[in-house]
Write a protein that binds this ligand. Structure first.
Ligand SMILES: [Zn+2]
Length: 99
């Protein structure tokens, strides 16, 4: 049984954690369309409380835009560093640049 999912993100409480915890929900940093499965494959996932995920101020909530962008920027930075890639490579894989 696997209890550690592939995740290259930094732990960043209270916003997100980089490991599954009791009651957490997994969120894919680049979640639109096919980017969701690429996020999972690349380790660009985080674990959120329900509130930080789907609450009003959560990433998918109506006041969650700032948190969403903050996470996407972190995800792009980690991806560039971990895979030793360029911003152009990121755009090719995920469609746009968040930095
Ligand atoms: Zn999500």
């Amino acid at each position: 049984m696997k209890n550690k999912e592939f995740c290259i993100m930094n732990d960043n409480p209270p916003y997100w954690r980089n490991f599954r915890f009791d009651g957490s929900e997994r969120h894919e940093a680049l979640f639109g369309g096919r980017n969701r499965s690429k996020s999972i494959k690349d380790g660009l996932v985080v674990f959120l409380t329900f509130e930080n995920h789907r609450g009003t101020n959560g990433i998918h909530g109506k006041n969650g835009h700032t948190l969403d962008i903050m996470l996407k920027q972190e995800a792009e930075k980690k991806w560039l560093e971990y895979y030793d890639k360029t911003i152009d490579d990121f755009i090719k894989r995920y469609g746009r640049n968040y930095l």
